[in-house]
Every structure is written in C-alpha cells, then in structure tokens.
Design a protein around this ligand. Structure first.
Ligand SMILES: [Zn+2]
Length: 438
C-alpha cells in the first residue's frame, strides 16, 4: 500500500509514513484523519522546522491516463503512486450534445438569421476543452500532493523520442539492436515510424531488425533517415545489397520506402501541444523540473525489469531515476476525473425541449451532490442499514446514495455523516482486490 501523508497541526507537510505507523498514531490519539483521498493524517502538534526527506513528483502524461509517482531519490523508494483517468471523451460528448441541441433549436425558427460564426476567433495556442481538462487534472494533483508531501523536485515526460540522442551518429552497429539508451530510443522511434512491421514484406508481430537502407558497405550512414526495420528473412535476403538492386522488381515499394525514410516522424517526435501547455503549467508552480523522453522511460523500466503500468512508467521518467527503484507493496490510488456537474439550470430532453428546472442552490442541508458520506439508518426506514456512498443532495432532506452495491433511495439527511467532500474526482482503491468506486 502507498504510504500515508502526514501534516502537522499547521498543515505543514511531513514525511509520509507506513500505514501501520499511521494506524498507531490514530489509535493513540496523536493524530486525526484529515483526508481520505489521498489518505492523510494531521498531527495534534505543530513542529518547528521539521527535518524531512525530499521527494520528487514524477509524471507520465497520457491521453487517457496519467501516471503519478512520488519517489525518494536517495532511497529509491516509491512512496506514493496514483493513476489519474481523464474525462476528455466525456467533455467532448457533452459539448457535442449541447451543440446538436442548440443547432436544431436555432433552426426551428424559420426567420432568416445572419450567420454568427464568422465573428468567432480563437486565441493563439487555443486547446479544445477536453485537452484543457487533462492539463488541469494534472496541475490540480501536483498542487494537492504538494500540500501534503514534502515535494521539492519534479520530473515529467515531455517528448516521446529524444531526437538529439538519436541523431548522434557515434552509435555502434550492435547498439541499434538494443542495449544502450540511444539504441533503445532509436528502436522505439523506428518501430513507430515503420508501423511496427517489416518494411519489405509488411509482416508484423515478428522480431524486427534495424536495417540500413544504403548498406554500411556502400558508406551508408547510421542516421535515422537511412534506417528501417526488416524481419530476419528479408534482412538476410537483402544482405549488403543496395536497396535499389534489392527492390529492382518492385519500384512502387522502393519509392515508398525511400520517401518514408526521409520524412521525419513529425507528430510523434515533436512535443505535442498538450504536453507543452502542461509543461508551461507545471513550470509556473516553481518546482525545479527535469524533462524526460518516452524512450528513456521505457529504457529505465526495462533495465530495472519492472512491469508496464502507468504509475511505474511515471516512476521511471527522467535521468534522475534511482538505480534501484523499490516498488514493493505499492498499490496505486486510482483517480477518475468526474467534474463538478454542470451549471445548466434548465435540463433539456433529446430534442432540446425543457425537461426539468433546477435551483440555483447547490448545497442542501450542508451537503452537495457528489459528497462521500456514511449513513447509518435505523430500522423502520426503507433505507435501513449502514451505507457508504456518494450523495444526491435534495432540498427535501431525503437523499439518495450511490454505493458500490447500487443506489439506496430515501436516506434521511440526519443519519448522514460526511467522509469526503466532492472534489471533482472519484477514487478506486486497488488494495486487497477491492476496487469499489468511492
Ligand atoms: Zn520481411
């Protein structure tokens, strides 16, 4: 299990502790629970100038899931790990829905309306809301974790491939086949560029070898633009022949391969816009930042013989990765972005007609929809029993609870106790195989 975050009475972050120690502090009354996700305890006492071990927050941003790991560079220990699932697709769906409803509503009026969309302008560097939310998710969690743990540095995977490492022509022939970092990075790049298949016969899912298009014997260089991937059979068949001789009977393929070899892998090699924006965002937080490449991450993970998951990838980002990465017992906190609901006061049906109206008020009896509560309802009520779940707050004071076992209706507010206020995310714990959504 991940360590438990500890803050002192002034909410100053201290060293995270083992869950056993946290349990002891809690049972002895020396601390209280401050937060459930991530689990944080607050000490009774304030500590002047605490001595803490510095932690590094490491991030592997992904389009659907971002891996987060807190690593102690000195001891090589992973202290906390999380996987953050974004809600980009949901945002797009919601906007598409709204657009459809608006379009059809406008079209229902038959009078002529002048086009309105010609006055729309997007600022430079505009990103769609689905991507902006991804960036905001990551920034939110860096800020939250910084408030709970002594984080002093940061590593982030900025590029997929380190082009500079690849264009380095000193690399030896055998290094291409794996081994060194540069060779490793280059292989990954080539796999991406040549669609993970043999350039000559198109076979995939076979071991591929790095191939010189103009052979070394004919003074072919080690540059990326002279390299391709071939299966063993094709590689041997080609041998030291020039590609023009080898593909004499297939001029179309020859042309295609030569063209593709020259074309750089633009979209993957260039840092994409989202990652840049994220980089700018984390830069503004003022932590010293180390940037890594995807190739380096994979290299770090492979030589340490670690399995591939988002959080382990995060722990392997950057040159600063400790020689020995201790991940024993870590189970990541699974975080899913859910948002805070919408501001729509008039809900519409699928044709865009008003269906329901909502109050401007969001807080009812001290609860908001989405708060995690524990309810102990006595016998005599339909909802009798102990429940833990997310609340659907209503002005009537009769709430619904969304629990792991299903929806519980009609829970009176007076039997509810708040556990964790809605913070825009839902949590799954992987501990003990129990992954109920909370
Ligand atoms: Zn082949």
């Amino acid at each position: 299990m991940s360590h438990v975050c500890v803050v002192d009475a002034n909410k100053q972050p201290l060293d995270p502790v083992h869950p056993g120690r946290a349990r002891l502090l809690l049972s002895q009354g020396k601390a209280a629970v401050l937060k459930r996700f991530p689990f944080t305890i607050i000490l009774n006492v304030a500590i002047d100038a605490p001595v803490v071990e510095e932690l590094r927050i490491k991030i592997d941003p992904g389009s659907k899931t971002t891996g987060i790991a807190l690593v102690n560079d000195q001891s090589g220990e992973v202290v906390f790990a999380a996987e953050l699932h974004h809600r980009g697709a949901k945002i797009k769906e919601a906007l598409d829905d709204r657009r459809a409803v608006r379009c059809s509503r406008r079209r229902r009026h038959t009078r002529y309306r002048k086009a309105r969309w010609q006055n729309r302008r997007r600022r430079e560097g505009w990103l769609p809301p689905s991507l902006t939310s991804r960036i905001s998710n990551v920034l939110t969690w860096v800020k939250r974790l910084r408030n709970l743990c002594p984080i002093t540095a940061m590593s982030i995977e900025l590029v997929k491939f380190d082009m500079q490492a690849m264009e380095n022509p000193d690399i030896q022939g055998w290094e291409y086949q794996q081994g060194t970092l540069a060779g490793y990075e280059l292989r990954e790049y080539l796999l991406e560029k040549w669609n993970r298949m043999c350039a000559y016969c198109g076979k995939g899912n076979v071991p591929l070898q790095v191939e010189h298009i103009v052979p070394r014997a004919n003074n072919g260089t080690h540059r990326v633009s002279n390299l391709t991937l071939a299966c063993e059979k094709c590689n041997q068949a080609k041998g030291t022949q020039d590609i023009k001789d080898f593909l004499k009977k297939k001029p179309a393929m020859l042309k295609h391969i030569l063209a593709q070899a020259k074309a750089p892998l633009n979209d993957a090699a260039a840092v994409n816009a989202t990652r840049w924006e994220l980089f700018r965002g984390v830069q503004a937080l003022g932590l010293p930042i180390e940037c890594g490449s995807g190739g380096l991450t994979k290299y770090n993970r492979t030589i340490r013989e670690l399995p591939k998951t988002h959080w382990i990838d995060a722990a392997c980002v950057g040159q600063s990765t400790p020689e020995h990465l201790n991940i024993t017992g870590i189970s990541p906190l699974l975080i899913t972005a859910t948002g805070y609901g919408n501001r729509q006061l008039c809900g519409v049906d699928k044709h865009g007609f008003p269906k329901r109206h909502r109050q401007r008020k969001k807080v009812h009896h001290g609860y908001q929809t989405g708060d995690l509560v524990r309810a102990v309802v006595p016998e005599g009520f339909a909802a009798a029993g102990r429940h833990v779940g997310r609340v659907l707050a209503r002005a009537t004071g009769s709430f619904d609870l969304r629990t792991a076992r299903g929806r519980i209706e009609g829970v009176p507010v007076r039997y509810c106790r708040p556990l964790h206020r809605n913070d825009g995310y839902s949590y799954h714990s992987t501990r003990g195989g129990n992954s109920s959504p909370l």
